[in-house]
Design a protein. Structure first.
Length: 405
């Protein structure tokens, strides 16, 4: 047992050292991707670059165009039998004009890696390179999920799952760099980590007319105000108070032609965020009943267009607890922090619906490098040393699940 433990520590140390030796290459990969961003469902060159890198590491089991876009599934088969774990990195960019002045800023006008997906990809490639060199040490296999189109519905994750990307996978892990977390810290959530993200539009039909003769009209603006007011009771009166939920009206569109015209139509737009499917179903159902009832009360009509976005991200407790123990063992308790769940959305939840695992964050914030801007900001950037910590986290997971204890 003692010899096994010594070998285990040496094994991880070798992997870790190799990862650190490749750091400048990882930075170069990240900066190349940052310079050449591609928006969701348009990531042809990015996907080709990833495949080229994987094959250069000697990884031959590579599937392209998996799912509804340019998803990639690659496999590193260990020499020995054992479980199969999957690591995921998304690689799409956002339609944002970059305002950073770095020499590796985006060369694609109006498109930018403003959420860190370039670093996710570079990190996973660096991990793949190390593990591909040590297949003889692996008691099991690793599946690399390079996912397209995380930023735009319907996303790439669900279609990759439907295409069979998770077949034979026993555990799945993903990470997201976080500019609000100090560089190098590993952050986790046990249980619900991110919300299901849905969107709605309510189209109201009234009867327009002259502002001086309201008795001859059906005022769509009045109907809008009453529906918006009624929607505020959805969470407080229709949802279990122990189940977090958000209903936000973000846009109201009505009238605008002149001061003396009563608008015949109006539109309400907004978003719904929930963790539990029961709350999600209830809000959609009750929103339709409520909107139609209010519109009818004022002699108008309405139509609800409700779009279901990504499912919630639920981190499995057993795997999350195991992950936290490993991270504390490798990096020290002070480097591992528990964060609060958020109501933001992310399609990694589709992988977790079919296979146990966890989704964690690695801090990329550093005021000295001006790496403090929020995600999706035109000046978003990260402390690139975060990629070392993220890579080491993946290697620690691989060691924990795929080596003999």
């Amino acid at each position: 047992m003692e010899n096994s433990t010594v070998k285990e520590k040496t094994l991880y140390t070798n992997w870790e050292n190799e990862l650190e030796e490749n750091y400048q290459e990882t930075v170069s990969v990240r900066r190349y991707l940052h310079q050449h961003p591609e928006a969701s469902f348009e990531e042809t060159e990015t996907a080709a670059f990833i495949v080229e890198q994987l094959k250069s590491y000697g990884i031959t089991d590579v599937q392209e165009n998996v799912g509804n876009g340019y998803g990639i599934v690659a496999k590193i088969g260990g020499t020995h039998s054992g479980p199969t774990i999957a690591f995921r990195a998304d690689f799409d960019a956002l339609r944002i004009q970059e305002e950073n002045t770095v020499d590796y800023k985006s060369r694609n006008p109006g498109v930018m890696h403003a959420c860190g997906h370039d670093s996710h990809t570079a990190t996973l490639l660096s991990v793949a390179k190390v593990l591909a060199n040590h297949k003889e040490d692996l008691h099991g296999s690793i599946v690399l999920l390079h996912q397209n189109a995380e930023e735009v519905l319907p996303g790439g994750a669900k279609s990759m799952v439907e295409a069979g990307a998770m077949e034979g996978v026993d555990y799945v892990f993903g990470q997201h760099v976080q500019s609000s977390v100090p560089a190098g810290k590993v952050a986790y959530v046990n249980g619900h980590a991110m919300a299901a993200a849905d969107f709605f539009e309510i189209h109201i039909q009234g009867k327009g007319g002259h502002g001086a003769y309201p008795q001859d009209t059906i005022d769509s603006v009045i109907i809008v105000t009453k529906i918006v007011e009624a929607l505020q009771t959805l969470v407080s009166r229709a949802i279990n108070p122990l189940h977090p939920a958000v209903v936000t009206v973000s846009t109201i569109q009505a009238g605008g032609e002149a001061n003396n015209i009563i608008a015949d139509t109006a539109i309400i737009r907004g978003t719904v965020r929930t963790y539990q499917e029961e709350a999600r179903d209830t809000i959609q159902r009750e929103m339709e009943v409520m909107a139609n009832s209010v519109a009818s009360m004022y002699h108008g009509t309405c139509e609800l267009v409700y779009t279901r976005g990504y499912d919630a991200v639920y981190n499995h407790p057993k795997e999350t607890n195991r992950f936290v123990e490993v991270m504390k063992e490798k990096f020290g308790e002070e480097e591992v922090i528990e964060r609060e769940p958020t109501m933001g959305g992310e399609d990694f939840g589709y992988f977790l619906k079919v296979t146990p695992g966890t989704f964690f964050n690695v801090g990329g914030g550093n005021p000295e490098l001006e790496a403090t801007y929020p995600h999706h900001h035109p000046r978003f950037n990260i402390d690139e040393t975060a990629m070392i910590k993220a890579g080491k986290a993946f290697l620690a997971i691989a060691e924990d699940y795929l080596t003999i204890k």
